[in-house]
Design a protein around this ligand. Structure first.
Ligand code: WQD
Length: 336
């Protein structure tokens, strides 16, 4: 997500400073970001945002107008296995960032929240007023961050915060140069399906075939990563519209089951995707689909790419980079 956002921002004339600990990413992306955008990312610092001293040094060095905060763990099953790590990184990272921003007089933030905060809210499209009910530690960590941000905004009128509740971002940059390269076994559906199509995995394990959905598999609202980062760039333009915190769903507004994704990906890749239906994954819910109309009403923006585009672009990246970014050119980190 971060690398795609860099391209989007550079393409629109922004200066970009990146901070990343590469926990689930790689510095190899930057040479490619620069190849696509034809411009350099201003600086790249390897650090954990919980390291307040190092983070503060970055803010000392660069004037910052606004922050896009993508730094978090994002696996539902990982969070069930390691809840403390999830709260520590996702919530602790956010509080460390907020206090550093505060010390440096930076008060504009676009925050990556998640549809998972809605929990098991039912099969109808969910608008932003749906009560939260997180069902796993990942979702609870994102909901905790939203509450912290709301408290900060209530107390301090100088803050403007946009929480973007992503549904299921997937896909890749259409060039095939940027995409998802999980640093350990992929947890998310799309990279898993891509690796099965490539032949790196024998089959897809479908988590649950007994959900109350049309084909029994879980339904999600997949949104193209390029639409997602476009929304972030548009959000920057709208940060100043109103003080305080605002929350928007980022989804296509269309539900697709696991088997829908398998079918569309198989067609996009012209490869069979063998699968086996197994038990449900702890923490999962049956259906999460966005009522995505609020962001369109507010900003006149809507996602335009479909599940077919998502699968085509994810496959294009995977086919051109069967081993991810391994072996790609690397740009050195900036030194503090
Ligand atoms: C999708 C569906 C699985 C893998 C995500 C992100 C999270 C957040 C919310 C933004 C589920 C099923 C998966 C596999 C499968 N988004 N599946 N076999 O759980 O909806 O959570 O959305 O913040 O970041 O993680 O996404 O891609 O893991 O799963 O059957 O091997 O595919 O059970 O129903 P999920 P996902």
């Amino acid at each position: 997500m971060g690398s795609h956002a860099c391209v989007e921002l550079l393409d629109h004339g922004y200066e970009v400073i990146v901070v990343d600990d590469y926990a689930n990413s790689t510095p190899h992306v930057f040479a490619r970001v620069e190849r696509i955008a034809g411009r350099f990312v201003g600086a790249v610092y390897e650090l954990d945002i919980r390291d307040r001293r190092a983070l503060s040094a970055v803010f000392d060095r660069h004037p910052v107008d606004a922050v896009m905060h993508f730094a978090a763990h994002k696996s539902v099953s990982g969070s069930v296995e390691s809840p403390v790590e999830y709260y520590d990184t996702n919530v602790g990272g956010t509080t460390a960032l907020l206090s550093t921003m505060h010390e440096h007089g930076v008060h504009r933030l676009v925050f990556s929240s998640s549809c998972s905060v809605y929990g098991d809210a039912g099969a109808d499209p969910l608008d932003e007023s749906t009560p939260a009910g997180p069902t796993n530690p990942y979702a609870a960590s994102k909901w905790a961050c939203e509450q912290i941000l709301a408290d900060v905004c209530r107390r301090r009128p100088e803050y403007t915060v946009l929480c973007l509740r992503y549904f299921n971002p997937a896909g890749a940059h259409p060039s095939g140069l940027l995409g998802e390269d999980p640093q350990s076994a992929p947890d998310n559906l799309m990279p898993h399906v891509a690796q099965v199509a490539l032949g790196h995995r024998k089959q897809l394990q479908v988590f649950g075939g007994d959900y109350p959905t049309p084909d029994g598999t879980a339904v999600r609202d997949y949104i193209h990563v390029m639409d997602t980062v476009e929304a972030h760039r548009v959000a920057l333009d709208h940060l100043v519209d109103a003080p305080g915190m605002r929350v928007f769903n980022l989804g296509l507004g269309q539900g697709s089951s696991v088997l829908d994704v398998v079918g569309v990906f198989s067609e996009a890749s012209a490869k069979p995707i063998p699968y086996e239906v197994g038990p449900r994954r702890p923490g999962d819910v049956a259906t999460l689909v966005a009522d995505a109309s609020a962001v369109t009403r507010a900003w006149g923006w809507r996602p335009t790419r479909t599940l077919v585009d998502i699968c085509r672009d994810a496959w294009h990246f995977q086919r051109l980079n069967p081993h991810g970014y391994a072996g790609a050119a690397r740009r050195p980190n900036s030194k503090l």
